[in-house]
Design a protein around this ligand. Structure first.
Ligand SMILES: Nc1ncnc2c1ncn2[C@@H]1O[C@H](COP(=O)(O)OP(=O)(O)OP(=O)(O)O)[C@@H](O)[C@H]1O
Ligand SMILES: [Mg+2]
Length: 397
Protein backbone atom coordinates (compact mmCIF):
# COMPACT_ATOMS: atom_id res chain seq x y z
CA UNK A 1 0.00 0.00 0.00
CA UNK A 2 1.16 3.53 -0.78
CA UNK A 3 1.85 6.01 1.97
CA UNK A 4 0.57 9.57 1.93
CA UNK A 5 4.10 10.83 1.32
CA UNK A 6 4.46 8.59 -1.70
CA UNK A 7 1.12 9.74 -3.04
CA UNK A 8 2.00 13.38 -2.53
CA UNK A 9 5.38 13.09 -4.17
CA UNK A 10 3.99 11.37 -7.24
CA UNK A 11 4.60 13.47 -10.34
CA UNK A 12 1.55 15.29 -11.59
CA UNK A 13 0.71 17.12 -14.76
CA UNK A 14 -1.11 19.82 -12.80
CA UNK A 15 0.71 23.01 -12.03
CA UNK A 16 -2.24 24.72 -10.44
CA UNK A 17 -5.25 22.50 -10.24
CA UNK A 18 -7.69 24.95 -8.70
CA UNK A 19 -7.72 27.22 -11.77
CA UNK A 20 -9.64 24.45 -13.51
CA UNK A 21 -12.36 24.26 -10.89
CA UNK A 22 -15.72 25.77 -11.76
CA UNK A 23 -15.62 28.39 -9.01
CA UNK A 24 -12.24 29.81 -10.06
CA UNK A 25 -12.50 33.22 -11.68
CA UNK A 26 -9.60 34.46 -13.80
CA UNK A 27 -8.70 38.15 -13.53
CA UNK A 28 -9.37 38.59 -17.23
CA UNK A 29 -12.43 37.10 -18.86
CA UNK A 30 -11.92 37.02 -22.61
CA UNK A 31 -14.96 37.94 -24.75
CA UNK A 32 -16.81 39.40 -21.81
CA UNK A 33 -15.18 42.80 -21.37
CA UNK A 34 -18.16 44.58 -22.92
CA UNK A 35 -20.61 42.77 -20.62
CA UNK A 36 -18.48 43.52 -17.57
CA UNK A 37 -18.29 47.18 -18.48
CA UNK A 38 -22.00 47.36 -19.04
CA UNK A 39 -22.72 45.90 -15.62
CA UNK A 40 -20.20 48.29 -14.10
CA UNK A 41 -21.94 51.22 -15.72
CA UNK A 42 -25.27 49.99 -14.40
CA UNK A 43 -24.16 49.66 -10.82
CA UNK A 44 -21.96 52.78 -10.78
CA UNK A 45 -24.74 55.14 -9.54
CA UNK A 46 -24.52 53.32 -6.19
CA UNK A 47 -20.96 54.58 -5.86
CA UNK A 48 -22.15 58.19 -6.06
CA UNK A 49 -25.00 57.75 -3.65
CA UNK A 50 -27.80 57.07 -6.13
CA UNK A 51 -30.02 54.06 -6.69
CA UNK A 52 -29.08 51.99 -9.76
CA UNK A 53 -31.79 50.49 -11.96
CA UNK A 54 -32.66 46.87 -11.45
CA UNK A 55 -31.21 44.46 -14.00
CA UNK A 56 -31.96 40.98 -15.18
CA UNK A 57 -29.09 39.07 -16.75
CA UNK A 58 -29.75 35.88 -18.54
CA UNK A 59 -28.11 33.39 -20.86
CA UNK A 60 -27.51 29.67 -21.09
CA UNK A 61 -25.51 27.73 -18.56
CA UNK A 62 -21.74 28.25 -18.61
CA UNK A 63 -21.81 31.54 -20.52
CA UNK A 64 -19.97 33.46 -17.81
CA UNK A 65 -22.81 35.27 -16.02
CA UNK A 66 -21.68 34.45 -12.50
CA UNK A 67 -18.03 34.99 -13.36
CA UNK A 68 -18.70 38.47 -14.80
CA UNK A 69 -20.75 39.60 -11.85
CA UNK A 70 -18.06 38.41 -9.47
CA UNK A 71 -15.43 40.33 -11.39
CA UNK A 72 -17.63 43.42 -11.10
CA UNK A 73 -18.07 42.79 -7.38
CA UNK A 74 -14.34 42.68 -6.88
CA UNK A 75 -13.85 46.01 -8.64
CA UNK A 76 -16.81 47.48 -6.78
CA UNK A 77 -15.40 46.40 -3.40
CA UNK A 78 -12.04 47.91 -4.28
CA UNK A 79 -13.71 51.34 -4.48
CA UNK A 80 -14.22 51.22 -0.70
CA UNK A 81 -17.30 53.41 -0.92
CA UNK A 82 -20.13 53.13 1.56
CA UNK A 83 -22.14 51.25 -1.06
CA UNK A 84 -22.49 47.47 -0.89
CA UNK A 85 -22.77 44.93 -3.65
CA UNK A 86 -24.03 41.75 -1.99
CA UNK A 87 -23.98 38.39 -3.75
CA UNK A 88 -26.46 35.63 -2.91
CA UNK A 89 -26.62 32.27 -4.63
CA UNK A 90 -30.31 31.41 -4.68
CA UNK A 91 -29.68 27.77 -5.47
CA UNK A 92 -28.70 27.58 -1.81
CA UNK A 93 -30.75 30.47 -0.40
CA UNK A 94 -33.93 29.63 -2.24
CA UNK A 95 -36.66 31.53 -0.44
CA UNK A 96 -37.33 35.08 0.70
CA UNK A 97 -36.60 33.98 4.23
CA UNK A 98 -33.25 32.43 3.38
CA UNK A 99 -32.14 35.32 1.19
CA UNK A 100 -32.86 37.81 3.97
CA UNK A 101 -31.17 35.57 6.49
CA UNK A 102 -28.07 35.35 4.31
CA UNK A 103 -27.78 39.14 4.00
CA UNK A 104 -28.29 39.55 7.74
CA UNK A 105 -25.65 36.95 8.44
CA UNK A 106 -23.12 38.61 6.12
CA UNK A 107 -23.72 42.23 7.04
CA UNK A 108 -25.67 42.41 10.29
CA UNK A 109 -24.41 39.45 12.32
CA UNK A 110 -25.71 40.99 15.53
CA UNK A 111 -29.25 40.31 14.25
CA UNK A 112 -28.48 36.79 13.16
CA UNK A 113 -30.40 34.73 15.67
CA UNK A 114 -32.33 31.63 14.84
CA UNK A 115 -36.08 31.84 14.99
CA UNK A 116 -36.53 35.42 13.88
CA UNK A 117 -39.28 35.86 11.34
CA UNK A 118 -39.20 37.44 7.91
CA UNK A 119 -40.71 40.67 9.17
CA UNK A 120 -38.11 41.13 11.88
CA UNK A 121 -35.24 40.52 9.46
CA UNK A 122 -36.76 42.77 6.85
CA UNK A 123 -37.22 45.63 9.31
CA UNK A 124 -33.73 45.16 10.66
CA UNK A 125 -32.33 45.37 7.16
CA UNK A 126 -34.33 48.50 6.32
CA UNK A 127 -33.29 50.24 9.53
CA UNK A 128 -29.65 49.51 8.77
CA UNK A 129 -29.84 50.70 5.13
CA UNK A 130 -31.58 53.89 6.19
CA UNK A 131 -29.48 54.72 9.21
CA UNK A 132 -26.21 54.28 7.37
CA UNK A 133 -27.62 55.61 4.07
CA UNK A 134 -26.36 52.55 2.24
CA UNK A 135 -26.89 52.04 -1.45
CA UNK A 136 -27.25 48.29 -1.53
CA UNK A 137 -27.06 46.36 -4.79
CA UNK A 138 -28.27 42.84 -4.23
CA UNK A 139 -27.23 40.16 -6.73
CA UNK A 140 -29.63 37.24 -6.80
CA UNK A 141 -27.82 34.55 -8.79
CA UNK A 142 -30.00 31.72 -10.13
CA UNK A 143 -32.95 33.85 -9.10
CA UNK A 144 -35.43 31.42 -10.68
CA UNK A 145 -34.75 29.03 -7.79
CA UNK A 146 -36.45 31.31 -5.26
CA UNK A 147 -39.79 29.74 -4.38
CA UNK A 148 -41.58 32.92 -3.36
CA UNK A 149 -39.82 35.22 -5.78
CA UNK A 150 -42.74 37.59 -6.29
CA UNK A 151 -42.86 38.27 -2.54
CA UNK A 152 -39.10 38.76 -2.38
CA UNK A 153 -39.01 41.21 -5.27
CA UNK A 154 -42.04 43.00 -3.98
CA UNK A 155 -40.72 43.54 -0.48
CA UNK A 156 -37.25 44.57 -1.56
CA UNK A 157 -38.29 47.03 -4.23
CA UNK A 158 -41.20 48.50 -2.33
CA UNK A 159 -38.74 49.33 0.40
CA UNK A 160 -37.37 52.16 -1.73
CA UNK A 161 -40.60 54.10 -1.18
CA UNK A 162 -40.21 53.76 2.57
CA UNK A 163 -36.52 54.54 2.86
CA UNK A 164 -35.62 58.14 3.73
CA UNK A 165 -32.00 57.54 2.83
CA UNK A 166 -30.12 54.72 1.14
CA UNK A 167 -31.60 52.39 -1.49
CA UNK A 168 -31.90 48.79 -2.61
CA UNK A 169 -31.39 47.68 -6.23
CA UNK A 170 -31.56 44.15 -7.60
CA UNK A 171 -29.52 42.24 -10.15
CA UNK A 172 -31.25 38.97 -11.05
CA UNK A 173 -29.36 36.27 -12.94
CA UNK A 174 -30.99 33.27 -14.59
CA UNK A 175 -30.31 30.59 -17.17
CA UNK A 176 -34.00 29.73 -17.55
CA UNK A 177 -34.98 31.73 -20.55
CA UNK A 178 -38.68 31.28 -19.92
CA UNK A 179 -38.81 31.99 -16.22
CA UNK A 180 -40.14 35.51 -16.59
CA UNK A 181 -43.43 34.15 -17.89
CA UNK A 182 -44.15 32.72 -14.45
CA UNK A 183 -43.62 36.04 -12.71
CA UNK A 184 -46.30 38.33 -11.46
CA UNK A 185 -46.56 41.25 -13.97
CA UNK A 186 -45.54 43.68 -11.26
CA UNK A 187 -42.33 41.79 -10.40
CA UNK A 188 -41.65 41.36 -14.07
CA UNK A 189 -41.69 45.05 -14.82
CA UNK A 190 -39.63 45.74 -11.71
CA UNK A 191 -36.89 43.27 -12.48
CA UNK A 192 -36.81 44.05 -16.17
CA UNK A 193 -35.93 47.71 -15.94
CA UNK A 194 -32.86 46.61 -17.86
CA UNK A 195 -32.03 43.28 -19.32
CA UNK A 196 -28.97 41.75 -20.78
CA UNK A 197 -28.43 38.48 -22.59
CA UNK A 198 -25.18 36.52 -22.55
CA UNK A 199 -24.70 34.71 -25.88
CA UNK A 200 -23.24 31.18 -25.87
CA UNK A 201 -19.56 30.88 -26.73
CA UNK A 202 -18.62 29.51 -30.14
CA UNK A 203 -15.87 26.96 -30.70
CA UNK A 204 -13.13 29.54 -31.35
CA UNK A 205 -13.97 31.48 -28.22
CA UNK A 206 -13.96 28.31 -26.16
CA UNK A 207 -10.58 27.47 -27.65
CA UNK A 208 -8.99 30.61 -26.33
CA UNK A 209 -10.73 30.32 -22.96
CA UNK A 210 -9.41 26.77 -22.65
CA UNK A 211 -5.97 27.73 -23.85
CA UNK A 212 -5.76 30.43 -21.17
CA UNK A 213 -6.78 27.98 -18.44
CA UNK A 214 -4.64 25.12 -19.76
CA UNK A 215 -1.56 27.37 -19.63
CA UNK A 216 -2.38 28.37 -16.06
CA UNK A 217 -3.47 24.95 -14.87
CA UNK A 218 -0.82 22.77 -16.50
CA UNK A 219 1.81 25.12 -17.85
CA UNK A 220 2.40 26.08 -21.46
CA UNK A 221 2.60 23.37 -24.08
CA UNK A 222 1.17 20.61 -21.87
CA UNK A 223 -2.10 20.33 -23.72
CA UNK A 224 -1.92 19.62 -27.43
CA UNK A 225 -3.72 21.85 -29.88
CA UNK A 226 -5.94 19.04 -31.17
CA UNK A 227 -6.90 18.37 -27.53
CA UNK A 228 -7.97 21.99 -27.01
CA UNK A 229 -9.84 21.95 -30.30
CA UNK A 230 -11.64 18.73 -29.49
CA UNK A 231 -12.73 19.90 -26.04
CA UNK A 232 -13.95 23.23 -27.47
CA UNK A 233 -15.76 21.49 -30.29
CA UNK A 234 -17.57 19.17 -27.91
CA UNK A 235 -18.60 22.01 -25.60
CA UNK A 236 -19.64 24.26 -28.49
CA UNK A 237 -21.75 21.45 -29.81
CA UNK A 238 -23.39 21.03 -26.41
CA UNK A 239 -24.53 24.59 -25.65
CA UNK A 240 -21.42 26.77 -25.84
CA UNK A 241 -20.87 25.96 -22.18
CA UNK A 242 -17.45 27.02 -20.86
CA UNK A 243 -18.02 25.08 -17.63
CA UNK A 244 -18.40 21.83 -19.55
CA UNK A 245 -15.28 22.56 -21.59
CA UNK A 246 -13.29 23.16 -18.39
CA UNK A 247 -14.68 20.02 -16.81
CA UNK A 248 -13.33 18.03 -19.77
CA UNK A 249 -9.93 19.61 -19.32
CA UNK A 250 -9.82 18.89 -15.59
CA UNK A 251 -10.91 15.29 -16.11
CA UNK A 252 -8.35 14.84 -18.90
CA UNK A 253 -5.68 16.03 -16.46
CA UNK A 254 -6.77 13.46 -13.90
CA UNK A 255 -6.67 10.73 -16.54
CA UNK A 256 -3.19 11.84 -17.60
CA UNK A 257 -2.09 11.63 -13.96
CA UNK A 258 -3.46 8.12 -13.57
CA UNK A 259 -1.55 7.05 -16.66
CA UNK A 260 1.57 9.00 -15.66
CA UNK A 261 1.50 11.10 -18.83
CA UNK A 262 3.28 14.41 -19.28
CA UNK A 263 0.97 15.74 -21.99
CA UNK A 264 -2.70 15.82 -22.64
CA UNK A 265 -3.72 14.79 -26.13
CA UNK A 266 -7.09 14.48 -27.81
CA UNK A 267 -7.15 10.89 -26.65
CA UNK A 268 -7.40 11.97 -22.99
CA UNK A 269 -10.07 14.51 -23.89
CA UNK A 270 -12.06 11.80 -25.59
CA UNK A 271 -11.78 9.55 -22.53
CA UNK A 272 -12.68 12.50 -20.33
CA UNK A 273 -15.79 13.10 -22.40
CA UNK A 274 -16.88 9.51 -21.88
CA UNK A 275 -16.38 9.74 -18.13
CA UNK A 276 -18.14 13.06 -17.85
CA UNK A 277 -21.00 11.77 -19.97
CA UNK A 278 -21.19 8.69 -17.83
CA UNK A 279 -21.44 10.85 -14.71
CA UNK A 280 -24.42 12.54 -16.28
CA UNK A 281 -25.89 9.21 -17.46
CA UNK A 282 -25.42 7.78 -13.96
CA UNK A 283 -27.87 10.33 -12.64
CA UNK A 284 -30.46 9.01 -15.11
CA UNK A 285 -29.68 5.36 -14.48
CA UNK A 286 -29.94 5.75 -10.72
CA UNK A 287 -33.51 6.95 -10.96
CA UNK A 288 -34.73 4.23 -13.36
CA UNK A 289 -37.28 1.67 -12.12
CA UNK A 290 -35.82 -1.73 -11.22
CA UNK A 291 -36.67 -3.72 -14.33
CA UNK A 292 -35.32 -1.07 -16.69
CA UNK A 293 -32.09 -1.20 -14.71
CA UNK A 294 -31.99 -4.99 -14.98
CA UNK A 295 -32.54 -4.82 -18.74
CA UNK A 296 -29.66 -2.38 -18.98
CA UNK A 297 -27.53 -4.64 -16.83
CA UNK A 298 -28.27 -7.63 -19.07
CA UNK A 299 -27.34 -5.67 -22.17
CA UNK A 300 -24.15 -4.42 -20.53
CA UNK A 301 -23.21 -7.94 -19.46
CA UNK A 302 -23.71 -9.47 -22.87
CA UNK A 303 -21.92 -6.59 -24.57
CA UNK A 304 -18.91 -7.39 -22.45
CA UNK A 305 -19.04 -11.07 -23.28
CA UNK A 306 -19.60 -10.31 -26.96
CA UNK A 307 -22.53 -11.31 -29.13
CA UNK A 308 -22.68 -14.92 -30.25
CA UNK A 309 -23.78 -13.61 -33.59
CA UNK A 310 -20.96 -11.15 -33.98
CA UNK A 311 -20.50 -12.19 -37.60
CA UNK A 312 -24.01 -11.03 -38.35
CA UNK A 313 -24.18 -8.04 -36.10
CA UNK A 314 -22.22 -4.97 -37.17
CA UNK A 315 -19.41 -3.81 -34.92
CA UNK A 316 -17.67 -0.55 -34.54
CA UNK A 317 -14.85 0.59 -32.31
CA UNK A 318 -17.38 1.77 -29.73
CA UNK A 319 -18.71 -1.71 -29.09
CA UNK A 320 -20.92 -4.50 -30.20
CA UNK A 321 -24.47 -4.69 -31.31
CA UNK A 322 -26.38 -7.57 -29.79
CA UNK A 323 -29.55 -9.23 -30.98
CA UNK A 324 -32.79 -8.43 -29.24
CA UNK A 325 -33.28 -12.15 -28.41
CA UNK A 326 -29.89 -12.32 -26.73
CA UNK A 327 -30.81 -9.24 -24.79
CA UNK A 328 -33.93 -10.91 -23.45
CA UNK A 329 -31.94 -13.99 -22.42
CA UNK A 330 -29.41 -11.80 -20.66
CA UNK A 331 -32.22 -9.93 -18.91
CA UNK A 332 -33.76 -13.23 -17.74
CA UNK A 333 -30.42 -14.37 -16.42
CA UNK A 334 -29.90 -11.08 -14.61
CA UNK A 335 -33.36 -11.39 -13.01
CA UNK A 336 -32.35 -14.76 -11.58
CA UNK A 337 -29.07 -13.32 -10.40
CA UNK A 338 -30.77 -10.46 -8.54
CA UNK A 339 -33.62 -12.66 -7.34
CA UNK A 340 -36.31 -10.72 -9.22
CA UNK A 341 -39.22 -12.24 -11.10
CA UNK A 342 -38.73 -11.75 -14.83
CA UNK A 343 -41.33 -10.04 -16.99
CA UNK A 344 -42.54 -11.12 -20.44
CA UNK A 345 -40.79 -10.36 -23.73
CA UNK A 346 -43.44 -7.77 -24.47
CA UNK A 347 -42.47 -5.88 -21.34
CA UNK A 348 -38.83 -6.27 -22.26
CA UNK A 349 -39.51 -4.44 -25.53
CA UNK A 350 -41.29 -1.68 -23.63
CA UNK A 351 -38.31 -1.26 -21.31
CA UNK A 352 -35.94 -1.18 -24.26
CA UNK A 353 -38.01 1.54 -25.78
CA UNK A 354 -37.77 3.58 -22.56
CA UNK A 355 -34.01 3.08 -22.44
CA UNK A 356 -33.71 4.20 -26.04
CA UNK A 357 -35.73 7.33 -25.35
CA UNK A 358 -33.33 8.18 -22.54
CA UNK A 359 -30.34 7.69 -24.83
CA UNK A 360 -28.99 4.78 -22.77
CA UNK A 361 -29.12 2.33 -25.68
CA UNK A 362 -29.37 2.72 -29.44
CA UNK A 363 -31.29 0.35 -31.67
CA UNK A 364 -31.32 -0.45 -35.38
CA UNK A 365 -33.31 -2.92 -37.45
CA UNK A 366 -31.35 -5.98 -38.55
CA UNK A 367 -30.31 -6.06 -42.19
CA UNK A 368 -30.76 -8.86 -44.66
CA UNK A 369 -29.38 -12.31 -44.03
CA UNK A 370 -30.93 -12.63 -40.63
CA UNK A 371 -33.86 -14.74 -39.80
CA UNK A 372 -37.07 -12.79 -39.40
CA UNK A 373 -37.29 -9.32 -38.16
CA UNK A 374 -34.85 -8.71 -35.37
CA UNK A 375 -33.59 -5.62 -33.71
CA UNK A 376 -30.00 -4.90 -32.82
CA UNK A 377 -29.16 -3.16 -29.61
CA UNK A 378 -26.07 -1.28 -28.54
CA UNK A 379 -25.36 0.18 -25.16
CA UNK A 380 -24.49 3.88 -25.26
CA UNK A 381 -22.01 4.00 -22.36
CA UNK A 382 -19.07 1.91 -21.19
CA UNK A 383 -20.69 -1.47 -20.36
CA UNK A 384 -18.37 -2.32 -17.47
CA UNK A 385 -19.20 0.90 -15.66
CA UNK A 386 -22.92 0.66 -16.36
CA UNK A 387 -22.91 -2.89 -15.03
CA UNK A 388 -21.13 -1.88 -11.84
CA UNK A 389 -23.49 1.01 -11.29
CA UNK A 390 -26.66 -1.09 -11.62
CA UNK A 391 -25.18 -3.80 -9.45
CA UNK A 392 -24.61 -1.27 -6.71
CA UNK A 393 -28.14 0.11 -7.05
CA UNK A 394 -29.87 -3.25 -6.98
CA UNK A 395 -27.88 -4.65 -4.14
CA UNK A 396 -28.50 -1.49 -2.14
CA UNK A 397 -32.23 -2.06 -2.51
N1 LIG B 1 -15.00 34.47 -20.82
C1 LIG B 1 -14.51 33.55 -19.98
N2 LIG B 1 -13.19 33.42 -19.82
C2 LIG B 1 -12.68 32.51 -18.96
N3 LIG B 1 -13.42 31.66 -18.24
C3 LIG B 1 -14.76 31.74 -18.38
C4 LIG B 1 -15.36 32.69 -19.23
N4 LIG B 1 -16.69 32.52 -19.15
C5 LIG B 1 -16.92 31.54 -18.29
N5 LIG B 1 -15.75 31.05 -17.81
C6 LIG B 1 -15.59 29.97 -16.86
O1 LIG B 1 -16.60 29.01 -17.14
C7 LIG B 1 -17.21 28.54 -15.95
C8 LIG B 1 -18.68 28.81 -15.98
O2 LIG B 1 -18.94 30.20 -15.94
P1 LIG B 1 -20.09 30.81 -15.02
O3 LIG B 1 -20.16 30.07 -13.75
O4 LIG B 1 -19.90 32.26 -14.96
O5 LIG B 1 -21.36 30.45 -15.92
P2 LIG B 1 -22.86 30.90 -15.72
O6 LIG B 1 -23.26 31.67 -16.94
O7 LIG B 1 -23.02 31.57 -14.41
O8 LIG B 1 -23.61 29.49 -15.75
P3 LIG B 1 -24.91 28.99 -14.94
O9 LIG B 1 -26.09 29.61 -15.63
O10 LIG B 1 -24.89 27.52 -15.09
O11 LIG B 1 -24.76 29.45 -13.52
C9 LIG B 1 -16.47 29.21 -14.82
O12 LIG B 1 -15.48 28.33 -14.33
C10 LIG B 1 -15.85 30.44 -15.43
O13 LIG B 1 -14.67 30.75 -14.78
MG1 LIG C 1 -23.92 30.96 -12.63
Amino acid sequence: MQTFSEMLSKPTIFKERNVLFPDYIPDVLPFRQAEIERIMRWVSPALKDEKPHNILIYGKTGTGKTACVKVVKKKFDEMNSGAILAYVNCRIYNSRYRVLQKIIKDYLPELDKAGFGVLFMYEGLMAWVQKKAINLVLVLDEVDMVKDLDELIYSLTRSNDELKSGSIALIGISNKLTFKEGLDPRSKSTLYENEMVFPPYNAEQLQSILKQRADMGFGEGKVSEPAINLASGIAAHETGDARYALRLLLKAGEIADEKGLLYITDKEIDLARKTVELDVAAETINTLPQHQQIVLYGIAAISLEGSRYSKLAPQDEEGTFILSGEGYEAYSKACRQFGRKKRSARWFREYLHDLEMLGLVTMIESGKGMRGHSRLIKIAYAPAQVKALVEKNLIAR
